[in-house]
Ligand binder design. Structure first.
Ligand SMILES: [Zn+2]
Length: 112
């Protein structure tokens, strides 16, 4: 029996024991990982696995997504006020808003 076949057999055993299949794959053999009822994550071939995805990394990803969303909102508002200035070039309030949004976008890009 090949190691892949063994892995598949073990994976079936894990499922029977109530483990859930995860979307992550084992970095060494590529088989799907399983979460046991006790919370441990295991590879059918390699046993217990410590996922590379740490909380810190997850926070970083979440932070980037938030920053991107904020930037999108700022850019949308920037478009809105630029169209107002296009209609009325003397609309000083809108010009001030554009400057504020540009400043905010620049700041958020520095943080990213
Ligand atoms: Zn593995």
């Amino acid at each position: 029996m090949s190691s892949t076949e063994q892995g598949v057999k073990k994976a079936a055993d894990l499922l029977r024991q109530g483990a859930t299949m995860l979307s992550d794959a084992c970095p060494q053999c590529g088989l799907p990982l399983f979460r046991l009822k006790n919370g441990n994550v295991v590879c059918p071939n390699h046993g217990k696995i410590y996922l590379v995805k740490s909380d810190e990394e997850e926070n970083k990803v979440r932070k980037n997504i938030t920053m991107d969303q904020v930037e999108d909102i700022l850019i949308n508002n920037l478009y809105y006020f630029s169209s107002k200035v296009k209609e009325d070039p003397n609309d000083v309030d809108s010009v001030m808003q554009i400057i504020r949004y540009l400043d905010a976008i620049e700041r958020i890009r520095k943080v990213k």
